[in-house]
Design a protein. Structure first.
Length: 562
């Protein structure tokens, strides 16, 4: 059904081109499924956009052809391609929030595609949309039909995108990272849904991801892309159980494993340098030593003591009178964190993790409760005293791009808190300290003068970590700091956080929806649901012997691969 032969795509001028895709070939059978795997920048999405005819104007196809049902898509006119796109060939884009029109209701966006390709009347198209919403298991279809994208959750937005993609019964569905940054439970539901839809409609599926464990649950065939080339291909079982290329071995190894706990995660670079011969045995943590170190931690006095913290948000606040509805984001939460400890806070989106983290730092003002940091009651501190205390407490936000000022060089962004708090004697010394921090997080001194858009996602996360370190804090909250990163970049950032913890004696609260990552990082784990802490204990104990049904559900949702 789909055949790509010797496809090459490049950007830039003829004399100095950036070769994004280099002479790749693969095919997909009618009703089959192929996983296209690799890191950001490997050429996966460029390949998909070439098939869809959606390449940017500066891209040039220098060789090859793309054949769909014996028709070369690269030779079609714009009108012919429009007739195919969204009809015979559909795509689920990586980021539903930016792919959906923010000023158009969700139902109208799906209905628009149906009316264009099937020439349906308005009411008939609406009924078809509501039927699709039920098929993709969206709750309250009528309500979501009228909702704008910002009014629904990430998982719901992704389901709206899937409904739009299957609205015209396509023969080929391209899913570009459809589960990245979703909760593991939502991810599991999306994967199950795609499999059911594929069987029902006899669709062919091209599933693009950086996560081999996720791909293994969807695809029968796998092609691994690295630096614009396909370096390994074959059945999913063969690629997973007997990988031959060091890059594939690295992709499989750099996610936190299900079994023994590791001191650090092996990186793809190590696999490429050592031709795939990285020994996990050298990295395994001795469990007796780990527990002994933990016991020493808990003999100390807590650095953070949170008591009966509450925060609620008003819903549909009227212009006059009192609001009648609210959501309890943090509900009577108490916890302690000990010096040098990493406390993992895990739960699905909307459970209150981020609100709790921001309330602890008073970035959000809680409604009631007490917070003691170093025996000082944080909620009683006035602005100057709070500013002084914030030198000791910092946060690494989930999205590094939105937390960096795009008009500030990264050197200025990291130096700014030093200037505000008057650390070091002057600009020259501060600049030198910033360059030292850049080197500490694995960047270059000359990066000082560059801007956020000039860096990859993983590099931007390192910049945010460097900024968090600028004031030499003792306590850091990592709020979903690696959730949207490639597994390989994620491994490097997690290793960096652990190295910095050892070097500077940091104390962390590590917030994530991914239990396998939380377990790798944490001494203890707290599980949060509907604003409450429902289970607490040793990281391995929670992971292997959960008591709460919700915790069991989270663990069962983790993709394990073949």
């Amino acid at each position: 059904m789909l055949r790509i032969n010797n496809l090459s795509v490049q950007f830039g001028n003829v004399h100095d081109p950036l070769k994004a895709v280099k002479d790749i070939s693969f095919s997909l059978q009618q009703g089959g499924s192929l996983g296209l795997v690799g890191e950001s920048g490997s050429g996966k999405s460029i390949t998909a956009l070439t098939i869809m005819g959606l390449l940017a104007p500066q891209a040039r196809i220098t060789s090859g052809n793309v054949t769909f049902n014996e028709v070369d898509l690269l030779q079609l006119s714009s009108k012919s391609m429009n007739d195919l796109r969204g009809n015979k060939i559909s795509m689920i884009f990586q980021e539903p929030m930016t792919s959906l029109n923010p000023v158009m209701r969700c139902g109208k966006q799906v209905a628009e595609s149906i009316r264009i390709h099937q020439k349906m009347a308005k009411q008939e198209a609406k009924e078809k949309v509501l039927d699709l919403y039920e098929k993709v298991r969206l709750p309250r279809p009528e309500s979501i039909y009228r909702a704008y994208p910002h009014e629904i959750s990430g998982g719901q937005k992704q389901r709206v995108m899937i409904a739009m993609a299957i609205a015209n019964n396509p023969e080929l569905l391209i899913a570009d990272e459809p589960t990245t940054a979703l909760d593991v439970t939502v991810q599991k539901e999306i994967i199950k849904l795609l499999k059911e839809l594929r069987e029902e409609y006899r669709m062919s599926l091209l599933f693009i991801s950086h996560d081999l464990a996720v791909v293994s649950e969807v695809a029968e065939e796998v092609a691994v892309m690295y630096n614009g080339e396909i370096v390994e291909a074959g059945s999913a079982e063969k690629v997973f159980t007997h990988p031959t290329h060091p890059y594939t071995k690295g992709l499989l190894a750099c996610r936190p494993p299900q079994g023994k706990r590791l001191k650090r995660l092996p990186t793809i670079d190590e696999f490429l340098e050592k031709e795939g011969k990285v020994l996990h045995e050298d990295l395994i943590v001795n469990d007796a030593d780990r527990r002994s170190a933990q016991n020493e931690l808990y003999k100390r006095e807590a650095i953070l003591d949170v008591q009966q913290l509450e925060k609620k948000y008003l819903l549909n606040k009227p212009m006059f009178g009192k609001a009648k509805k609210y959501v309890q984001a943090v509900d009577n939460v108490s916890l302690k964190v000990f010096p040098g400890e990493t406390l993992g806070l895990v739960g699905e989106s909307g459970c209150g993790k981020t609100t709790l983290g921001r309330s602890i730092l008073r970035l959000i003002e809680p409604d009631s409760g007490k917070i003691y940091f170093d025996k000082k009651e944080v909620l009683l501190l006035k602005s100057l005293a709070l500013k002084k205390e914030r030198r000791e407490m910092n946060i690494i936000f989930q999205d590094p791009y939105s937390s960096l000022n795009p008009r500030m060089s990264i050197g200025q962004a990291i130096k700014e808190p030093m200037t505000v708090h008057r650390i070091f004697s002057g600009n020259r010394e501060r600049k030198e300290k910033v360059m030292e921090l850049l080197e500490k997080v694995g960047l270059e001194r000359e990066h000082y003068y560059r801007y956020p858009h000039e860096f990859s996602g993983g590099q931007r996360q390192r910049i945010v970590i460097a900024r968090a370190l600028a004031l030499h804090p003792r306590f850091i909250i990592c709020d979903e700091a690696v959730s949207a990163l490639d597994v390989s970049v994620q491994a490097r950032v997690l290793n960096l956080l652990n190295d910095l913890k050892q070097e500077f004696g940091f104390t962390y609260i590590f917030i994530s929806h991914d239990l396998s990552v939380v377990r790798f990082m944490s001494d203890r784990i707290m599980v949060m649901k509907d604003g409450k802490i429902i289970e607490t204990g040793d990281a391995d104990e929670i992971y292997y012997h959960p008591k709460n049904e919700y915790t069991k559900k989270l663990i069962e949702s983790i993709p394990v691969g073949i």
